[in-house]
Design a protein around this ligand. Structure first.
Ligand code: DP6
Length: 347
C-alpha cells in the first residue's frame, strides 16, 4: 500500500488561454502566461492511494464519488500509470495536468509561468515552463474579489469551443495580438516593471472578454459588479497618476487584482468605502492579515466613483505568489482512511 497527499495551487492567467487547436489532447491556439498563487490561502488538496487489495479505480471530489469513466480523468490516470511504470525517470507533469484541464498545466510550477502552445500534433511540446520564481518579485500582492454569481455560467470548455467556431476577433487576437503581448509581458516580469505588467494584463483581460462577446451566441462572464471593479481600478490609477493596480477576469464575474505590497492598505480602504461590506469586516478580508487605511473625506470625493450596493462583494482574499505544488508528509493530512475511503464523505 502506498499513500501520497499533495496540495496544488490556483493560477491566474495574465495572458489568457482561450481556444483549442485540438479538443481531445487539449492543445491551445496561443501561448499563455500566468502567476501561481500561494497554497497558504487557496489550494486543491489530493490524496492518492494504491493497494493490491483494491478491485477498481475510485475517485471522490469534495467527498462525493465521481465516475472514473470521464474521459479527462481517464486521460490523466493513463498517463500517471505510464509514468509510474518508468518510475525512476522524471516525466513532465505539466503534460499530464494539461490533459485534465488546459490551464491546470501552469499550476505545476511556481511564480510566473508560460504555457507554450507547441507546434507538434501529438502535443509533446505543449508544456509549461517557469519564467521567474515567486521570490523574483516578492512585493507582488493579489486580491481576489469574490462576486455574487446569479446565473449559471457557460463552462470554459463550451465557451471556447463556441468562440473558435464563431469569433472573427479570436482569429485576430491569436495571430496579431498575443505573440507580441507574450514578449512584452515577459520583459515586464523580468524587469519588474509593474506599470507595463499592469497595462498588458488589463488589456488582455479586456480583449478576452471582447472575444467572448464576439462569440455567437455571446458568452457573458462579467456582470455589473465586475464592471464596477474595472471602473474602481481605473479611478485608483487616475488618483495615483500611474498604473499601480491591475485587474483580470476569467470565465466568471470574480476579479483578480495585482498590486505592490505598499498599495494594499489603501486599495482595501477604498474598496470598503466603494463596495461596503455588511457586518463584521474580519470575515470579509481573508488571507494575509492586513490593516486597511482609513480613507479621508477629501480622497473619497476625489476618487470619482459612486458607492455600490452593500454586499456587492461576497469576500476578499489577500494573497501572494507561491512556489507550486507540494507534498504533505504528515499522516493526518491524508484525505483517505487506511481502507481507502474519504475521511469526510458527503452523502
Ligand atoms: C479563462 O483550462 O478551464 O481561465 O482546457 O477546457 O479545461 P479547459 O479550459 P480551462 O480554461 C481556462 C480559461 C481561462 C483563461 C486561462 O486560465 O488562461
Amino acid at each position: 500500500m502506498k499513500i501520497v497527499t499533495c496540495v496544488a495551487p490556483v493560477n491566474i492567467a495574465v495572458i489568457k488561454y482561450w481556444g483549442k487547436r485540438d479538443d481531445k489532447l487539449i492543445l491551445p491556439l496561443n501561448d499563455s502566461v500566468s502567476t501561481t498563487l500561494s497554497t497558504e490561502h487557496l489550494c486543491a488538496k489530493t490524496t492518492i492511494m494504491i493497494s493490491s487489495e483494491f478491485q477498481s479505480d475510485r475517485l471522490w471530489l469534495n467527498g462525493r464519488e465521481e465516475n472514473c469513466e470521464n474521459p479527462r480523468i481517464q486521460n490523466c490516470l493513463r498517463e500517471v500509470y505510464a509514468l509510474s511504470r518508468i518510475y525512476e525517470i522524471d516525466g513532465d507533469i505539466s503534460a499530464i495536468a494539461r490533459q485534465g484541464s488546459g490551464s491546470a498545466c501552469r499550476s505545476v510550477l511556481g511564480g510566473f509561468v508560460q504555457w507554450n502552445k507547441g507546434d507538434q500534433d501529438d502535443g509533446s511540446d505543449s508544456l509549461a515552463t517557469q519564467l521567474a520564481p515567486a521570490n523574483h518579485w516578492p512585493e507582488m500582492r493579489i486580491l481576489i474579489l469574490v462576486v455574487h454569481e446569479k446565473h449559471k455560467k457557460i463552462s470554459s470548455k463550451i465557451g471556447m469551443e463556441q468562440s473558435v467556431k464563431t469569433s472573427e476577433l479570436l482569429k485576430y487576437r491569436v495571430s496579431h495580438c498575443v505573440p507580441q503581448r507574450i514578449q512584452d509581458i515577459k520583459q515586464a516580469i523580468l524587469n519588474k516593471d509593474f506599470e507595463r505588467f499592469a497595462e498588458i494584463t488589463m488589456k488582455d483581460s479586456n480583449q478576452f472578454h471582447a472575444v467572448c462577446l464576439d462569440t455567437f451566441p455571446p458568452a457573458v462572464y462579467m456582470n455589473d459588479v465586475s464592471h464596477a471593479i474595472v471602473n474602481f481600478v481605473h479611478c485608483y490609477n487616475k488618483l495615483k497618476g500611474h498604473n499601480a493596480l491591475a485587474y483580470t477576469f476569467d470565465a466568471g464575474p470574480n476579479a483578480c487584482l495585482y498590486m505592490k505590497e505598499h498599495d494594499v492598505p489603501k486599495v482595501l480602504g477604498l474598496l470598503s468605502v466603494i463596495f461596503p461590506f455588511p457586518g463584521e469586516e474580519d470575515s470579509y478580508i481573508k488571507g494575509i492579515p492586513i490593516n486597511k487605511d482609513t480613507i479621508p473625506q477629501e480622497m473619497q470625493a476625489a476618487f470619482g466613483m459612486e458607492q455600490q450596493m452593500e454586499g456587492s462583494l461576497k469576500y476578499i482574499i489577500h494573497t501572494r505568489l507561491g512556489n507550486g505544488p507540494k507534498e504533505l508528509k504528515s499522516q493526518n493530512e491524508h484525505l483517505l482512511t487506511d481502507s481507502g475511503v474519504p475521511k469526510n464523505l458527503v452523502i
